[in-house]
Design a protein around this ligand. Structure first.
Ligand code: CP
Length: 308
């Protein structure tokens, strides 16, 4: 039984602020476990967790698997590309067959928005959204917020910018919902055609100027430019994007050398971020990955009934 006010984690839009606090507090405790020589606790011994991934992933899939193992749960990985879906088995039959193996929690990544909610029609396991199309990627939003909090000790009152393709980004959406709930001031920055109309209604700032955005921000979260969107009129060229929005050392030195730099990964070096920024002193990109394990431990632990 979930310790949170929700049984499933579908997104941060509908998650209560107190649940976000609880997930963050618990994640910081699990971060300490990850620093120990023996990085394992018995909290979810006997629980079965399934990673159900219909899209590629490095960070999310591995860190959910590691998180489950660090909590002593049993974990099974499902990849659609090597499953009987390829023989024509339906989504519903696939899910019901898997669930009959007594699964307690399913982490799903799928290209369709709402696919995680759809799962509740077939199973009674706790569901965690590992990214559903352009909709949300809540554990990424939470680990980004944790990484900012780790640096500044708070979120309330901080100025945080999200830079890049906001329109097609589930990471942007989860960050915006979570950061606003936690009291941050949020700005999005990118080409006009990659910023959703009416986004200001969420209570955020919109800018198309990367230089003033860097100057304004305590932290900037730089999104991956999805190369699959090149050449179809959405982004004219990598070179132009880099010139107008790429975050490089010169821009940091000129406009704000103290800004915290985040990126959810995978990164395109030399496009949205230069290597000397990604690997430089402002960057917490690899800390985000470690915090991702702690956040996912926290989410699994709390949804499956863990208590302090
Ligand atoms: N940040 C993120 O979701 O990365 P993966 O696609 O590798 O999981």
């Amino acid at each position: 039984m979930s310790v949170l006010s929700v049984k499933h984690l579908f997104g941060l839009e509908d998650l209560k602020k107190q649940d976000i606090f609880k997930i963050l507090d618990t994640a910081f405790k699990f971060r300490e476990v990850l620093d120990r020589p023996i990085k394992k606790v018995p909290s979810l011994k006997g629980k079965n967790i399934l990673n159900l991934f219909f899209e590629n992933s490095t960070r999310t899939k591995m860190s959910f698997e590691l998180a489950a193992k660090r909590l002593s749960a049993d974990v099974t990985n499902f990849s659609s590309g090597t499953s009987s879906l390829k023989k024509g088995e339906s989504f519903k039959d696939t899910i019901q067959n898997i669930h009959s193996m007594k699964i307690d929690c399913i982490v799903i990544r799928h290209s369709s928005p709402g696919s995680c909610i759809n799962l509740t029609n077939y199973v009674d396991a706790a569901i965690v959204n590992g990214g559903d199309g352009f909709h949300e990627h809540p554990t990424q939003g939470l680990l980004d917020i944790m990484s900012i909090k780790e640096k500044f000790g708070k979120i309330e009152g901080l100025k945080v910018s999200i830079v890049g393709d906001i329109l097609h980004s589930r990471v942007a959406r989860s960050n915006i919902y979570g950061l606003i709930k936690m009291g941050a001031r949020v700005r999005v920055c990118g080409p006009p055609n990659l910023i959703p109309r009416n986004i200001k209604q969420l209570g955020i700032d919109v800018s198309h100027d990367i230089n003033s955005t860097i100057r304004w921000s305590d932290a900037i979260n730089i999104l991956r430019i999805q190369r699959e969107r090149m050449g179809i009129g959405i982004i004219p060229s990598i070179r132009e994007y880099r010139k107008l929005f790429g975050v490089n050392k010169k821009r940091l030195e000129t406009y704000n050398n103290d800004v915290l730099v985040l990126h959810p990964g995978p990164i395109n070096r030399g496009v949205e971020i230069d290597s000397n920024v990604a690997d430089g002193p402002n960057s917490v990109i690899l800390k985000q990955v470690l915090n991702g394990v702690a956040i996912r431990m926290s989410v699994l632990f709390l949804l499956l009934g863990g208590s302090d």
